[in-house]
Design a protein around this ligand. Structure first.
Ligand code: ADP
Ligand code: MG
Length: 380
């Protein structure tokens, strides 16, 4: 295995093991995870693969095949949050979070390589965190469950790297199952694997990576979170998760601030769309999910206002060419969209999206099939 060979060349010894953790794409339920709500991601076949060995001298050495940087050496006893060690902050943050939680990592050598596209909203960062957490958990025998590892990965990203993400990404990477979506309740991290056999239904789910990332994304994410929290406060609930969609007309009438009102409308309706999607899938009516995706996109575009012209273009071009439904996925302001299509229409729809981008003078997006794949696992 390539990663193990490269580990040997770098560190002069065999790795103790090799682990993999996937990127993810979220079918529906966006910005719901920061409101204790529901999400429905699937793991991608793209993974971060890490060869890892323990050390006993407090040294953490990390290397990525994908950065062109050399080995980063860190003393784990002096790791400090937000001190900026570049990409190495992700694995280092996991070591820090494990130690903070009382799990005595005494050092490690890590070499990793990832096929998850970075910065495309497909959670390459969570894949790094989860693969590191799983490897150390196995090697050190901490006995932590997959959801616990996901929480530690999220803590690494929030507190150590300094990125305010919800828990969906790490949970998807840690807990997804091949051929299934992960119906995740982000309030208590309970999960159900929902069968999602696209082939059996003659369908495809496409990921369209717009290859753009607008700079305003970071501040906007925090602003949306704050707006949702303000909405919950105004309504006297702990989080917007507690608002049922049947209460929506009444609830909206009680909110004076137009911006907060539209954020609340998005979160409440999107939670409901997740439930409706799961009900349709359980009933075997996969095609009927399409319109919910497109409805979810309109809500993200018009109510939460986190889309961008490129994502809107994907959705318009795909649905205009006969896709069953499409929506932006992830935090927005660029990144990727998902498109549900009849297998027979895959080429037509892909071609229409490419043409629309060319006509608008934009860089061609990257399109690939989302095949629901396994969550994090040990390979060797
Ligand atoms: P996303 O998670 O949507 O891909 P993020 O901005 O959250 O985007 O995470 C991307 C960051 O994760 C990169 O800038 C880099 O620091 C780190 N990263 C991801 N994959 C790798 C890799 N293979 N090698 C080194 N760093 C990586
Ligand atoms: Mg990320």
């Amino acid at each position: 295995m390539r990663v193990a060979e490269d580990f040997r060349k770098l560190y002069g010894a065999e790795p103790e093991g090799v682990w993999a953790a996937p990127g993810r794409v979220n079918l529906i339920g966006e910005y719901t995870d920061v409101n204790d709500g529901f999400v429905l991601p699937l793991a991608l076949p793209h993974t971060a693969v890490a060869a890892v060995s323990r050390r006993t001298d407090g040294l953490l050495r990390v290397h990525s095949a994908d950065t062109g940087e050399g080995v980063v050496r860190l003393d784990i006893r002096t790791l400090e949050p937000r001190t900026g060690t570049g990409w190495a902050a992700y694995p280092a943050g996991v070591v820090w979070a494990l130690r903070e939680a009382g799990h005595p990592v005494t050092g490690a050598d890590v070499h990793l390589a990832s096929t998850v596209p970075t910065g495309a909203g497909l959670s390459s960062s969570a894949a790094l965190e989860v693969v590191t957490a799983l490897a150390l958990n196995d090697l050190y025998g901490f006995g932590l469950t997959a959801p616990r590892l996901a929480l530690l990965g999220r803590r690494a990203e929030n507190a150590f790297v300094g990125v305010p993400c919800g828990v969906m990404d790490q949970m998807a990477s840690a807990c997804c199952a091949e051929g299934h979506l992960l119906h995740l309740d982000t309030r208590d991290l309970t999960t159900r694997h929902v069968p999602f056999d696209l082939d059996a239904h003659g369908l495809r789910l496409l990921v369209v990576d717009t290859r753009v990332r607008h700079a305003l994304g970071d501040g906007a994410y925090a602003e949306r979170r704050a707006g949702c929290e303000a909405g919950a406060r105004a309504l006297g609930v702990r989080t917007l998760r507690e608002v049922d969609h049947v209460q929506l007309p009444d609830v909206l009438g009680r909110l004076g601030d137009e911006t907060v009102r539209s954020y609340v409308r998005h979160v409440v309706t999107d939670n409901h769309r997740v439930r409706r999607t799961v009900a349709l899938l359980d009933a075997g009516d996969v095609r009927a999910v399409g319109p919910l995706l497109t409805e979810g996109h309109a809500s993200l575009r018009d109510d939460l206002r986190v889309s961008c012209p490129e994502l809107d273009l994907v959705v318009a071009a795909a649905t205009g060419a006969g896709a069953l439904g499409a929506r932006m996925t992830g935090g927005g302001f660029g990144g990727s969209a998902v498109v549900l299509v009849e297998a027979a229409d895959e080429d037509t729809v892909t071609g229409a999206v490419a043409e629309a981008f060319a006509a608008a003078g934009r860089t061609a997006p990257r399109v690939f099939r989302a095949v629901p794949s396994a969550g994090a696992r040990r390979l060797v």
